[in-house]
Write a protein that binds this ligand. Structure first.
Ligand code: COA
Length: 204
């Protein structure tokens, strides 16, 4: 796949990143919560954002990263990505601009990205990691069906220092994944005939 397929549930839209997202990516990544809970560079510059967008392009082209821009009310609000690994496994990552937080946006974005992952991409499992204490991220993951398996000491590196992290999984056989997988349920019940799920919008 060359680029991100567009997805929407009518409230949140996932689309390919664009060069004109750079200022919004910079604003999002300069936010203290982004700097505290993710590995984005600190300080975060326009060059970092341009490098990120280039990596996203390369990731889609070479098949190791599936990343979408999250759009709300026609405005870039953040990113959700699936870092694709061997054996049809992926690690999910996400971040939202402060103005878009606190109203369930990221859970909707995850549902759409996971729908593609478990449906079109045929993943068998997705892993979620968050530094211990990132309650907002944990709430989102749990709402989307992830089972938090526990805390792993020193699992992640934050600003050159090992930190404890929560880890969770969502498997393709879990009810939430079965429900989300785009195209699969419809095809199984004969509701969609000859239609490719690729590039389709996912209904709510
Ligand atoms: C994690 C993150 C993506 C959550 O996205 P979101 O769309 O704001 O999530 P929600 O609206 O579902 O909120 C999640 C929980 O956090 C709370 N919350 C987080 N930020 C909030 C804010 N600014 N205002 C109000 N509530 C907030 C919500 O009350 C909610 O709890 P609840 O489910 O008990 O009501 C977002 O906070 C973020 O981008 N954080 C910085 C980057 C980050 O941590 N990424 C994840 C790394 S693993």
């Amino acid at each position: 796949m060359d680029t991100a397929p567009e997805k929407t549930d009518g409230v949140v839209r996932l689309r390919a990143h664009r060069p004109d997202d750079v200022p919004e990516v910079v604003a999002q990544c300069q936010d203290p919560e982004m700097q505290r809970f993710t590995a984005v560079p600190a300080p975060y510059t326009a060059a970092d954002a341009a490098g990120f967008l280039a990596a996203v392009d390369a990731g889609w082209r070479d098949g190791w990263l599936a990343a979408w821009a999250v759009e709300v009310e026609g405005r870039f609000a953040g990113t959700v990505d699936l870092r694709l690994q061997e054996g049809d496994w992926a690690e999910i990552g996400y971040g939202l601009a402060p103005w878009a937080r606190g109203r369930g946006v990221m859970a909707r974005a995850l549902d759409l990205a996971l729908g593609w992952g478990f449906g079109t991409r045929g993943l068998v499992g997705v892993e979620w990691r968050a530094y211990v204490g990132n309650d907002a991220s944990r709430r989102v993951a749990e709402r989307c069906g992830f089972r938090v398996e526990g805390t792993v000491r020193g699992l992640c590196v934050s600003r050159g220092r090992r930190v404890d992290a929560w880890i969770g999984t969502l498997l393709s056989t879990d009810p939430a994944a079965v429900r989300l997988a785009d195209g699969v349920a419809e095809a199984a019940f004969g509701l969609v005939r000859g239609a490719s799920p690729e590039g389709e919008s996912q209904g709510s």
